[in-house]
Design a protein. Structure first.
Lengths: 209, 78
């Protein structure tokens, strides 16, 4: 098994935030922490694009490089995880991460920093797999159940793909070559009609519209 | 009598001094960090626990099938 990765197809993402909700629900993510979020570019402008962003489980993760207490590790499957018992909540990883993945729970009126929380690729943490301690600290370990992250599996349009990097890249490649580009994109004519297509006949009076 | 009392006081003060000195013993209060190496608890691979119980091949097969279920060209057919 190669490295576990996420891939978001901007052509398919409809900004439904289903992935965000699935992540929150599956991992019991506390209020104020978003392990995943949907970013929209040119929001409201024709041609806007949305992508779902979380920890990208970098092969050369900057968060690992800057952590002063070395609480990060990379699992055999290439998932970047951390030990919350070691984390001191300094926030260096947040500054280093280009995706803004590390999150810090706010506690109290003054927003005291807590231990860092981030996407675990639904792989839990260094506690025993599927234990209560693991669930409380890191959320559910779906990988140990033979499942993929909840966000990717819940995605209604399958815009967000998760799994072995080579496999999802192949799925994306097949999609991109099948659907074409621009107005050739699958579903475009269904949604907006072809300019050359004849106008549909008007519904007969009394008929179903 | 006085000499016995003196001896007792000396023993008590000696014991007290030893007890107080024990408090000064310096033990490392922090983890000995090694630069660039993970310092936390070890994590076991996802296929070690139930339901896979160490069967890596089965786990990989399951994950591969789950990954392919995201491909509707294969799931539904093109």
């Amino acid at each position: 098994m190669a490295r576990m990765k996420f891939l978001c197809d901007a052509e398919r993402c409809i900004e439904c935030n289903g992935c965000v909700t699935a992540c929150k629900q599956e991992n019991d993510v506390p209020w104020g922490v978003n392990r995943r979020r949907v970013v929209t570019i040119n929001d409201g402008v024709p041609g806007e694009r949305s992508i779902s962003v979380a920890c990208m489980h970098c092969s050369d993760a900057p968060c690992m490089a800057v952590c002063p207490v070395d609480c990060f590790y990379r699992s055999e499957e290439g998932v970047v995880l951390h030990d919350k018992d070691l984390c001191i909540g300094c926030g260096y990883c947040f500054y280093a991460c280009p995706f803004g993945a590390p999150q810090f729970p706010q506690a109290g009126a003054f927003g005291v920093r807590g231990k860092m929380d981030k996407c675990t690729f639904c792989a839990g943490g260094p506690e025993p797999d599927n234990s209560e301690a693991e669930y409380k600290k890191y959320g559910r370990n779906r990988l140990a159940e033979g499942k993929l992250p909840a966000c990717a599996e819940m995605c209604s349009t399958k815009a967000l793909l998760g799994g072995d990097g080579d496999t999802i890249a192949e799925i994306y490649r097949q999609r991109a070559t099948t659907r074409g580009k621009g107005s050739e994109v699958w579903g475009w004519s269904t949604a907006y009609g072809r300019p050359e297509a004849p106008t549909p006949p008007a519904a007969a009076p009394g008929g179903k519209s | 009598m006085i000499s016995r009392l003196m001896r007792l006081m000396a023993v008590v003060s000696g014991a007290m001094a030893a007890l107080m000195l024990a408090g000064c013993g310096e033990r490392p209060q922090v983890i000995d960090y090694k630069q660039g190496k993970y310092q936390g608890k070890p994590d076991e691979p996802p296929y070690m626990a139930a339901p896979f119980n160490g069967n890596k091949d089965q786990w990989e097969r399951d994950i591969r099938n789950r990954t392919q279920s995201q491909n509707e060209y294969r799931r539904i057919g093109s």
